[in-house]
Design a protein around this ligand. Sequence first.
Ligand code: SF4
Length: 504
Amino acid sequence: MWESPVRFRGCAATVMLRFDSNFRPVRTPIFSIILYGLPFPATHRNGANVTVKLTAELTDKSIVESVSCPGLFCPTIAAEGVLTRIRTPGGIVSCVQLAALASVMERSGCLQLLITNRANIQLRSVENLTEFDLNALQDVGLAARNPDVDHLRNVMTSPMAGLELGAFDVVPALREIERYICQTPKLAALSAKFSIGIDGGELDSIRDRANDIWLVAENGGYRLVLNLGQEWRSDIVSEDPVGLVRAVADRYLQYADQVVNQSVKHRRSRKPRLRDVIECVGKERFLDGLVDCKISENRETVSHVPTFGELGEAELLHSQKDPDRIALEIVCPLGKLTIEQINGLIAVLEWFDLGEIRLTSWQTLIIPNVLRSSLKSIKIALAEIPLNPNANHPARGVVACSGKSGCASAATHAQEHAQLLIAQLAKYPDRSFPSIHISGCEKLCAQPRGSDPGDSMGRDIVLIGREVDGTERYSIEQYGLRYGLLCPDDAIAQIITSLSAKND
Ligand code: SF4
C-alpha cells in the first residue's frame, strides 16, 4: 500500500490518494478533482473509487504541480509525503532551535529529519506544516519572517567556521548576509536556487560544493568567486561581504528580464540562474564597476596554519582555537536523525551547557565547544541515545540522494540501496573505504559538485542510477562499469571492497 498527496493547479486543496500495490482502487476519505470530464471541482466524499486510468492522469506532470526546489513555505510532494526543507545558514542550529524543531516534528508526525548535503534540514510529513508550526520556526530564527525570501537563506560555510585556529572567522559575515536577505523583499525575484558559500580557509573545507557565489577570505577581505559552470576568480576583493552579495544581486535583477526575453535556455526554474545571466551579458559587462575594491591595511589575515586536527583517530575530533575545547563529530547514517535522538541530543547539550550543533554537508553533525575534560562523559551520554562519534562507522562517507522515496525524477531507490551497501561495508570493520555517492539519476544530487563524476578527482565513488529493462541499476563510470545491479552481493559492492583492499 502506498499513498500520495497530490496538489492540482487551480485548486487549493491537497488530496490524499491511496492505492494498493496492484493499483486496484480503494476508498479515499475525501476526494476533490475532475473525474473524467466532470466540471471542476467535483467533490466526492466517503468512498470515491480511484481507477488505474485516473492514476495515470494524476501522475502526468501536466496536471501535478511540482516544486523543483522545496522550501519551508513551498513544500513539495513526494511518493511518501510532503517534503519541507528548512534552510540553516552555515548549518548552525542552536539548542533552542533544535527544541522548537523537535516540537514541530512531534506535532506534524515527522519521525526523523534528514541532514541534506547542503547542511540544511529536510522533514517529511503527511501534510503541510501548520501556520502554528511555521510561526514557531520563525520565532526561533529557523525561518525568515518574509516567506518570499526564506529559501534564499541558502548560505554555506565550513562547519568549523569561527572555531578553527588559523582560519578567518566568517560567522559575522554569515549573520550579516542572512540579515540582509531577510530584510530585502526584492531578492524574491532571484532564482530559487541562488546560493552563497563563504570560505574562511578552514581545513574542513566545503569548497567542493557548488554555489552561485563564493566569498573567499583572503588577506584583507573577501574575494568574489563566481560559478560560471566552473569556478571563476574575479579581481574583486572587498572587506564588505554584504556589499558584494548586494552588488551581484542588483546586477542580476538588472539583467534577468533581458535574459528571459532572449529565451536563454535555463533549467527547471522559470528564473534564469546567475551563471545564465552572466553568460548572456558577458562577465566583463556584468562585473563592470560592480563594487569599489578598496581594502584597508591591518586586517586579520588567513594564515592557513594547520591546526593539528585529530581526525583519523578512533573518534571524530576537531581541534579548536580554544585549546581546552574540542568539536566532536557524530556520524548520522545517511544524514538521518530520529526524533528520539534529537530529544536525547537536546538533553545532552543542556546537561553539558553547550549551546549549538553544526550540521555538515557530508551529512554528519558536530558538537562544538566540548570541554576536553568532559569528553569521556559526553561520549557515554551520547552512546545512550544512541549517537556515534566513531570514525570507523560504516555509514561514514556514504551519501545518497532521496531516490524514489522522495524525488519524482528518481530511477532507483537510492536510500534503500545505500542502506544495503552500509550493511555490506559493515562486514569489513578493519578497512577504510572511499566516500561513496549514490544518486538515483544522472543529475547526481548525491555528489558534492552535482555534475560530472570526474569532479570527484578520483577519490570518491559515484554511483549513477538508471532503470534498465524494469530493473534498478547503477553505473560507476570512473571504473568503466555500466549499470550493474546493486544488492548486498553484487558486482558494485565487490568492486568497492576490492578498491578498499588495494588501499590497505
Ligand atoms: S539525483 Fe536524481 S533522483 Fe536523486 S534527488 Fe537528484 S534528481 Fe532526484
